[in-house]
Design a protein around this ligand. Structure first.
Ligand SMILES: [Zn+2]
Length: 447
C-alpha cells in the first residue's frame, strides 16, 4: 500500500530530460500512469512546483485532479503537533517568496520569465535584446539580474572599480600582461565606458521595478498571512521577518486593527507600544523609497497606496522627487547580496533587528524561504543563533522536499554535535499546513 514502485523513478527521470513546458503538457497523463493505491514519490511535488510558470495552460479539470492526487503526499514531522507553547515562548517567523506564492506573486524563479513576457508587450527593442540574451545564457533569476545591474551601476561610476573587476574576473583567462601593448594598459577613462549602457541599465532597472511593483501592489494576502495574524492575536511574544517586498503581511496586520512597529531608519520607534507587531522587512518594501542624493528613507501608507493604485487615481511612483532635496527617489527594494549593507546603509538597523529577533527566538518558523546561496547574511545569523542557543528549534514550512535535508547537512557541518531533530519539517503548501500548525501550537497548553 505504501510502497513507491521503481516505475516512478523512471517517469521522474524522463521528466528531468524534458523541457518544463513539455512536462506541463504531459503531467496529467504521466501522473495517471501511477496506480491510485500506490504512494507518490515526494519528488512529484518538487517537479510540480517547478511547473508554476506554465500551469495556466492546464485545463481546470486536469489541474484539480493533479492537485488532489499530489495533496496525498504529506510529509510533516509529527513532533510539530506535540509542541505546545505559553506566552513565555518567543516565536520568530521568517517569510520568503513561498509565503506570497499563494497570493499569485511569482517566486524568484518564476519572476523573470513573467517580467520578460510583460516587457515584450511594452515593445522595447533594447529590453527584448536583453531578454533574448538572458534566454541564450540560461539566466532565469531576477535577483541575479538585479545584482549584476547594481554592481554595474556602481562600477560604471567608479573607474578604478571597473578596472579591478576586469582584472579579478578576466585577467586569469587573458594573455599575460607583457603581451598587452602599452597603450592598452593605460586605465580606461570614463569616456570609454559606454554612457548609453549606463542609461540603459538605469532604464532597465526602472522598467523592471515598475513591472515588479505592479505585480505586487495588487496582490491580496492569503491564508498564510491570515493564519499568522490570527496567531498573533493569541500570542504576542512573536515577531515577523520577511524578505518579501510585497505588502501582504503588512496589509493583513493593519486590517486586523493591529499596529505595526515602524522599522525603517529615521522613523520614530515607539517602544511603549507593547501590542504593536514587529514586522522586519529585510529587503525593503514596495511602499518604501530612498533618495539617491540625501539618503532620506521614507515609508508611505501602504493601504492608501494600494487604494490609489487600484482606483487608478494616480500613477504608482516608481521614481519620485524627494521632498527634502529635490533629488531622485527610488524604490527601496534590495536584492539579496551579502554586501548589500554597504549599498543601503539605511537598512543596517533593520538587519540588526532581524538578527536580534532570530537570536531571541525559541522557535523560528520558516515559511517559503529557501536559504538561497546569495542570501548568506540570513543563513549565517540563523546558523550562529542555532549554535549559541542549543534549545532553539526551527520549523520549516516549504514544499521543496530537498530543503530540510540540505539544511540539516549544512548546520551539521557548521555546528558541533548538531542535533538534526532541531529542524522540523512541514513539507506542504504553507496556506494549507500553517493554519493547522499555528492553531496546534497554542491549543491546550500544559504548564
Ligand atoms: Zn533627497
Amino acid at each position: 500500500m505504501n510502497k513507491i514502485y521503481s516505475n516512478q523513478g523512471y517517469l521522474l527521470d524522463m521528466c528531468e530530460d524534458l523541457p518544463l513546458e513539455a512536462v506541463t503538457h504531459k503531467f496529467f497523463r504521466i501522473l495517471n500512469e501511477i496506480p491510485n493505491e500506490e504512494s507518490l514519490d515526494p519528488k512529484w511535488l518538487d517537479l510540480w512546483n517547478k511547473l508554476n510558470p506554465y500551469k495556466n495552460s492546464i485545463p481546470i479539470e486536469e489541474l484539480n485532479h493533479i492537485e488532489k492526487k499530489l495533496n496525498l503526499i504529506k510529509i510533516v514531522d509529527d513532533e510539530i503537533f506535540d509542541i505546545k507553547i505559553g506566552n513565555d515562548i518567543k516565536i520568530t517567523f521568517l517569510l520568503g517568496a513561498g509565503a506570497s506564492a499563494p497570493s499569485g506573486i511569482p517566486t524568484v524563479n518564476e519572476l523573470l520569465a513573467k517580467l520578460w513576457d510583460r516587457a515584450r508587450k511594452i515593445g522595447r527593442e533594447d529590453l527584448d535584446r536583453l531578454s533574448d540574451w538572458c534566454d541564450r545564457q540560461g539566466i532565469d533569476n531576477i535577483e541575479d539580474l538585479l545584482t549584476a545591474a547594481y554592481i554595474s551601476n556602481f562600477a560604471a561610476k567608479n573607474n578604478s572599480v571597473t578596472l579591478l573587476l576586469d582584472y579579478f574576473i578576466f585577467s586569469g583567462r587573458r594573455i599575460s600582461e607583457e603581451k598587452i601593448p602599452t597603450r592598452r594598459r593605460r586605465p580606461i577613462g570614463n569616456s570609454e565606458i559606454d554612457v548609453s549602457s549606463i542609461s540603459f541599465l538605469q532604464d532597465t532597472l526602472q522598467t523592471l521595478f515598475g513591472l515588479l511593483t505592479s505585480t505586487m501592489i495588487s496582490a491580496a494576502p492569503n491564508t498564510t498571512h491570515k493564519a499568522i495574524v490570527n496567531f498573533l492575536q493569541h500570542h504576542n511574544n512573536a515577531s515577523i521577518i520577511t524578505t518579501n517586498y510585497d505588502g501582504c503581511m503588512d496589509e493583513t496586520i493593519l486590517k486586523a486593527n493591529m499596529k505595526l512597529i515602524k522599522s525603517i531608519a529615521g522613523e520614530n520607534r515607539d517602544e511603549n507600544e507593547t501590542d504593536a507587531v514587529e514586522l522586519i522587512k529585510m529587503h525593503g518594501s514596495i511602499n518604501w523609497a530612498y533618495c539617491d542624493s540625501c539618503q532620506d528613507v521614507r515609508e508611505f501608507d501602504l493601504l492608501r497606496l494600494k487604494d490609489i493604485f487600484e482606483n487608478d487615481e494616480l500613477s504608482f511612483p516608481v521614481m519620485g522627487i524627494c521632498k527634502n532635496c529635490g533629488g531622485l527617489r527610488r524604490p527601496l527594494l534590495v536584492p539579496p547580496l551579502s554586501f548589500k549593507f554597504l549599498m543601503f546603509p539605511n537598512l543596517i538597523d533593520i538587519w540588526n533587528s532581524a538578527r536580534q529577533s532570530i537570536e531571541t527566538a525559541d522557535y523560528i518558523i520558516v515559511i517559503g524561504y529557501s536559504f538561497a546561496e546569495a542570501d548568506t547574511y540570513i543563513t549565517k545569523i540563523v546558523s550562529r543563533s542555532m549554535s549559541k542557543n542549543r534549545n532553539q528549534k526551527i520549523i520549516i514550512v516549504d514544499t521543496n522536499i530537498k530543503l530540510v535535508p540540505a539544511l540539516r547537512k549544512r548546520f551539521s557541518a557548521q555546528i558541533d554535535e548538531f542535533d538534526e531533530r532541531r529542524i522540523l519539517k512541514a513539507c506542504e503548501s504553507c496556506d494549507q499546513i500553517l493554519p493547522k500548525i499555528l492553531k496546534s501550537l497554542i491549543s491546550e497548553h500544559q504548564p
